[in-house]
Design a protein around this ligand. Structure first.
Ligand code: DC
Length: 225
């Protein structure tokens, strides 16, 4: 049987494709750990912006609700602010930041069965993951989803569909064109266009694809009763 280190579900793709909601639900269903790697890059950006500099000495972790802790303080709300979305790609392109976070993500993924969402999980962080997905959606759909998220968290002041779409396009360009670990579909990833799918439908598609293989793998390590 494969060991826990090999039980990885990689879900990559740009923002607004439903990656994190989908990944969370899949992790819950299968009893896996969920790791939001975008939150880790946002945490670095928040530290750098609010303290003027970034160094690897800062502690990034998650609480039991999957909210980000920076040096022990809950910064979940701060890292989701549009001001951080506007600058995060600048920091996520830095080699020392990617090296630091990739190492951390591999450590977490090697300790327990994990669903990770991000941009480079299937290509760089866990290139040998058995289950890889790449989610896409059209810009109008993605912008509408992001704006709704911002409205629901009280962060939409001054934001419009146009401003959100502009940020998505700029981040996609920066994330796709950077030289290290760019946003890319792994050759062996299954691509899912989520433009016309509900979250439940995309969760079902992935669960069907992962199928009983993952259930057998996890029952060896983390029986669900
Ligand atoms: O998923 P998100 O929108 O919260 O991610 C924020 C940024 O972090 C995104 O613009 C690109 C970067 N990122 C990355 O470079 N690699 C990852 N594995 C995850 C996110």
């Amino acid at each position: 049987m494969p060991n826990a280190a090999q039980i990885i579900i990689a879900i990559d793709g740009p923002s607004g494709t439903g990656k994190s909601t989908t990944a969370k639900l899949i992790a819950k269903e299968l009893g896996y750990t969920y790791l939001d790697t975008g939150a880790m890059y946002r945490a670095v950006a928040w530290v750098a912006e609010s303290m003027g500099t970034w160094s690897v000495g800062h502690n990034i972790s998650f609480n039991e609700k999957n909210q980000i802790l920076i040096n022990g303080a809950n910064r979940e709300s701060e890292i989701r602010d549009p001001k951080i979305s506007a600058v995060v790609s600048k920091y996520s392109a830095l080699p020392e930041v990617r090296e630091f976070l990739t190492k951390k993500q591999r450590e977490i993924g090697s300790m327990q069965p994990c669903v990770l969402d991000g941009r480079d999980i299937g290509t760089v962080v866990f290139p040998n993951a058995k289950h890889k997905f790449f989610l896409t959606a059209d810009y109008k759909t993605r912008a509408a989803r992001r704006l709704l998220e911002l409205q629901n968290s009280g962060k939409a002041e001054g934001e419009t569909l146009e401003s959100v779409e502009k940020n998505l396009r700029e981040r996609d360009a920066a994330d796709t064109n950077r030289s290290i670990a760019p946003l890319a579909k792994a050759k062996d990833a299954i691509e899912i266009d989520t433009s016309h799918l509900t979250i439940q439908q995309q969760v079902q598609k992935i669960l069907q694809s992962v199928g009983e293989v993952a259930r057998c793998e996890v029952s060896e390590h983390n029986p669900k009763g």
